[in-house]
Structure formats: C-alpha cells, structure tokens
Design a protein. Structure first.
Length: 418
C-alpha cells in the first residue's frame, strides 16, 4: 500500500470510529467534538523528525515501523490497529474497510498478532505501517471508543456513523507535479498514446488501460459529490460505490455521506452474468429485498464497462497536457490534465469541465478526478467525481452472506440503482 492509500485508510478508520475527518494531502485531522488530533502519513524511509512537512502533528503513520521510541513518543504497532478493526468498529464497517483498502474481507487477511506485552517496530502484511502516537489516549481515544458491532451483517443501529461533510475540496491538490520533472524531459517512457504535449492517441491509451485490467482482480472506487436532489441550496451529498472484481464476479457496495453521517445503503453482486441487488434496512440492521436485477436497470456502469470506456468518457477533452509525475510505491505516475467538455454524449451539456488523471507507464489510469458545472431549470450546481483503481492481482470476491436469501426477478422491474 502506498502513502496515499495509507492516508485514505487512516482517514476512513478514524471516520468509522465516530470522528469527523478532514484529509489534506498526507495529513488527517480527526475530531469528535471535544478534541482534535492530527495524524501524518510519512513517506517511505522518512522518520517523524525528517518528514519535512512542517506543521506539528499528534501522530504519524510510518511505513516500516519505528524501532523503540522516538523522543519519548510511544509506538502503537499494527497489532493495535488490527484490534481497533476487531473491537472498535462494527463488523460490516470493518468488512467494508478491508474490502475497499485491502481487497479482501478481514478473515482473508493476515492480521498481526500480539505476543507478550508489546510488539515494537514491526512491519506487517496487513497495514505495512504502524502509528507512532504522541498521546496514545488522545489519538486512539480508547476511553470513548464505541463497542464492537452486533455481527448481523449491517452497520450499527441507525445504519450510520459520523463522517466528514462540507465543501468539496478542489481537484486533487495533493497530487502536485514534482519539481524538476518537466514533461519535455520525460517524453520517452510515457504511457501509450501520451506525449509531452498531452494525449495524442486516445484509442491507444484506452486500449492500454483496458488491457492492463483484463484478467486482473482489482478494486475500483467511484465517489460522486453534488447537492441533494440537485438543489444547489441544499447540502452536498457524497455517494461512494466500492467495487471488488475477481474474474467474472464482482461485489459493489454503496454508501452515502451527508450531514456528518455515513450510511450504508446496499449492494449489488454479479456472478455468471446474473445480478442480485440487496437493499439495507437500517432499523432491522440486515439486508432485504434481495432480488435478481435486470442489467438494463443498473444505473451505473459495470466494472467491465467502466474499464473499457473510462478513458473515452472522461479524458476525451479538447485540451490535455502532461504536467509532471507523482512517485508512488508501485512506480511513477504521469499527471494528465484536461480542460473542456469531453466527447461522451452524457456530458455534452456540462460547463467548466476539468479532469486530472494519474496514469502509470503501462497506460493504467490509476486515478481520475473530474469536476464540472451542470444545470437544472433556474439553477446550476457543481459535481465532483473521483474514480480510483487499486489492489491489482490482490483482490478476492466471495458471495455475500445475503446471497443465499436471494429471491426471484423484481416483479416491479423498477430501477435499482447502486
């Protein structure tokens, strides 16, 4: 897991435990109303004193661990984080976190185990990181930690946990181009279809993206933020669809984040060309209306359709440029920026369209962030969409526990959106 992935996991884990979180690049700020803590994710090989990010923090996430103590700072190892997942987060939430960030349910992961009183400076396969805390009680918040979930297959009573909400950040400001890596210095080795001037051959890039994912298990996350009911005067709502793909099977989970709450809404499972949709009943804390779904009623593309159409949908802007690189553990990613309305007909009427994509040398679009202005009669509103690929070759998909309770085709034939 790279630095960006670790930051996303830390933010989501703290959010699942009842904190409101605000992530700015590699720093996560978590607040429960009474206190606020700042947690920084370090780059590989960095130390708490040598990271160079400047501002004081209450904790740091160190990829390789830290031997012993650092200036009196206590070390909380990955076994402690695993215990937080096991005992301080509701089971369905823990499963969702593990599926989204590690590509497998908790029972399929190699959890670090604690032997004896303390385990310090340990690198582990589950997190690849440990957290170094300046104030253990304040940062982990053990005194106010919620208890474990009920194990019934859904979120805790009420179906939601507090989460961050507020104005959308700008387009991926944390993904800044590295100084000294101007595009004209890196023309060779750029992704297929990409030159120093931007995207020169859209079809070549699209084919490379699709071919890289073909036959590979992976995860893909779609996060869309816009005003409730498309009313610019109402609060913004974020819809997250997290999809795990393995061969011809995939499981998609949908969550809504609004008004300080994260609410799990339901899932779609696909196997051998058949789709089943399950709504989630908050009061009963279980899935219901588990029915076969006609593929024509899916209101988001399948991961296979998205794989083959993503580049044309979002990167076919009239203007593109190559603007530096972003180095991650899996290699160098090229930052491509685009302006203007793309050729995809569904976006033909939007305005102020901009896109930022991170693409590796094979042509895999690891992350694409889109912002645009759309309109309804009498008003306009902003939409932000972020699509992120991860866990290539490291994702497993199993039938969900509600699959055995599936029913027949939905007699209403109504749309059942993710």
């Amino acid at each position: 897991m790279d630095r960006d992935g670790r930051g996303a996991f830390v933010a989501d884990l703290w959010e699942a435990r009842g904190f409101e979180t605000d992530r700015d690049g590699n720093t996560v700020e978590a607040s429960d109303g009474d206190r606020t803590v700042r947690i920084r994710v370090l780059a590989d090989g960095s130390t708490p004193d040598g990271d160079g990010d400047g501002d004081a923090v209450d904790a740091v996430v160190a990829p390789g661990g830290v031997d012993g103590s650092v200036d009196g700072v206590e070390v909380i190892d990955a076994a402690t984080l695993a215990e937080v997942l096991d005992y301080a987060v509701d089971r369905p939430v823990a499963r969702d976190l593990c599926a989204r960030h590690f590509g497998a349910p908790p029972e399929k992961l190699e959890h670090p185990r604690r032997y004896g009183e303390a385990v310090g400076g340990v690198a582990v396969s589950l997190f690849g990181a440990v957290v170094v805390l300046l104030a253990v009680g304040a940062v982990l918040g053990f005194a106010g930690m919620p208890g474990p979930g009920d194990g019934t297959g859904g979120p805790a009573a009420g179906g939601s946990t507090p989460a961050a909400d507020g104005p959308d950040p700008g387009i991926d400001d944390s993904l800044t181009a590295d100084p000294g890596t101007a595009a004209d210095e890196r023309a060779d080795g750029t992704p297929p279809g990409v030159t120093e001037g931007g995207i020169a051959d859209l079809d070549a890039l699209a084919a490379a993206h699709s071919a890289t994912l073909e036959g590979q298990s992976h995860t893909v996350r779609l996060d869309r933020s816009r005003p409730r009911d498309l009313d610019p005067n109402r609060m913004r709502v974020r819809r997250d669809v997290d999809i795990a793909v393995e061969g011809g099977r995939y499981l998609a989970r949908k969550t809504e984040v609004a008004g300080g709450n994260r609410t799990y809404l339901g899932a779609v499972y696909h196997e051998r060309g058949v789709f089943y949709s399950a709504d989630y009943n908050e009061s009963a804390r279980r899935h219901h209306r588990i029915l076969r779904l006609d593929s024509r009623n899916l209101l988001v593309p399948t991961p296979y359709e998205l794989r083959d159409s993503l580049v044309e949908r979002y990167l076919s802007t009239p203007e593109t440029r190559l603007n530096g690189t972003v180095d991650r553990e899996e290699g160098t990613h090229y930052r491509i920026e685009g302006q203007g309305v793309p050729t995809w007909s569904a976006l033909a009427d939007v305005e102020n369209y901009s896109v930022v994509a991170l693409v590796d040398s094979r042509g895999l679009v690891r992350k694409v962030t889109v912002e645009y202005t759309d309109s309804v009669p009498g008003a306009t509103y902003r939409t932000r969409l972020e699509i992120t690929y991860g866990r290539l070759g490291e994702t497993s998909v199993e039938r969900p526990d509600w699959y055995d309770r599936r029913g027949s085709q939905d007699p209403s034939g109504a749309n059942r959106p993710l």
